[in-house]
Design a protein around this ligand. Sequence first.
Ligand code: AMP
Length: 587
Amino acid sequence: MQRFATTCEAIAATTKKLQKTGLVAEYLRSRTADEAAVSAVFLSGRPFPVWEETTLQVGGRSLWGMVAELADKEQGELTASYRRLGDLGAVAGDLLPQRSGQGLGVLEVEALFRQIAAARGAAAKTEIVRELLSQATPLEAKYIVKIMTGDLRIGLRESLVEEAIAKAYGSTPAEVQRANMLLGDIGETVRLAARGRLSEARMRLFHPLGFMLASPVESTEEGLSYFAEAAVEDKYDGIRAQAHVSEGEVRIFSRTRDEITESFPELPPALAGLPQDAILDGEIVAWEYPARLEAAQAVVDEPASEDGEANADSLGRARPFSVLQQRLGRRKVSDKMLRENPVAYLVFDVLYADGALMIEKTLRDRSIVLDSLLAAPRDATHHRGHRGAQGNLAFETDEEARIDAGIIRAPVFRATSAEELEQLFVAARARGNEGLMIKDLESAYSPGKRGKSWLKMKRELATLDVVVTAVEYGHGKRIGVLSDYTFAVWDGDRLVNIGKAYSGLTDAEIAEMTKWFLEHTIEDQGFLRVVEPKVVLEVAFNNMMRSDRHESGYALRFPRIVRLRPDKSAEDADTIEGAREIYEQQE
Ligand code: AMP
């Protein structure tokens, strides 16, 4: 681990990408395949590979306490060091004592991480963290803590680690990228690369793939400016979900690649009946069905109309995100909740079907596969309505399933002119959706990439997704709760504050956030608490100004919290470049 840590120090010391990848490559080559595999996972800032459900479950506060205890320092000294260095890992490196006999291998560190993850209860976990940090040298501890908090901050994105693997083992970055995307495990990718067997990487069901992302457009003209033929869909306001289905087993993953199947128990039975193994991409939305089952049955027996729009309206409609929010993060969903807050899975893409990966096919071809997949009879015991290519509605007949679980093929429209796009936009908004998604029919599915093949069009003033960095107690009736949030955007791999907002969340949300922030405080300054930068908010504002009040150099006028974004992780938040674009556009 010492060699790992000194390599990280050298990587942090240069801004040149070539030097960074060179350092990583040299380090990987000097290790055994097992060590290199574990190191690659650590270098991407994680204790465990992406696809694994394992998490350490050690909060910032308890780590802070452990560093204070082992360093035998007063809180004040720790706080001063934190102010100077900016992250807890660096504080550990600065203050933990050097003793003879310290030093751990990366494989030992990984084994202890696994023990922490497996330990039940805070006390048991703390014991192992103590063992881990006291056996490590201060420099090792610095990087162990950074990995534990999920943030290396050495300017190394996973794509650079991929490049370094290519360099280390003599393959191309594209080969490494493809294998890593298919496996969702950079450690496994290293093992294959080391043996020259990257081409053997196969997609593994139940290991989530990255999600393809969209770029914003500001006008209907811009929406049609990047490609020749556009498929247009409503932009649903729910949460992104990737469903893996194989031989009756179903698992659903969120955008952060966490498993969320338990929160939506109505979906697996509906998906299990698909005629083939498949991976689907779509949005889970709180859904108002077109009356209840009987009425829906009558609707779905009509022939599919030529007019996609009329068809879309007859499928039912999305309910606001706040309704869906009540379903999120639940382990146990009551029957009442299932009845009163039903969801639908609006499926818009297929990544794998019938034993073959679909992502390299064009959207045009994937759409055909998806249509036939959802149109095919799923299971003789399931009664199903058929809507043709524009939308499928599946309902189950057994009493249990009268909760209206639905797998709906997201309706697809065409637009060839700005006027047509405008009309579709107005219709989408009238259906209660956020706006439109405009997709290049000739494009492949690029996991984890934000490009110009998928565009998103929302009308309202721009919003920013920001990360909460510090919180304060409110005033008046909010005196006892942490309701004032300072938030930041990314500047490279640093978060820079851009604003502060007071309102927008419900009392229940504020109460829940207060609890979370108290448990995840890194530094208590009395009136203000610096918190772990994990919570993502969507904020709206009237305009943006240049200002030196915040580190970003910008300030927001009348910022307000639109909503919490539990579906996004801190890395998904906006960047300073995004903020600058908004600033420049308003001039
Ligand atoms: P945003 O969260 O504002 O970056 O917008 C992109 C998100 O819109 C995606 O990640 C999806 O969760 C969501 N979305 C809603 N409807 C669609 C759709 N028809 N196609 C793709 N993404 C969609």
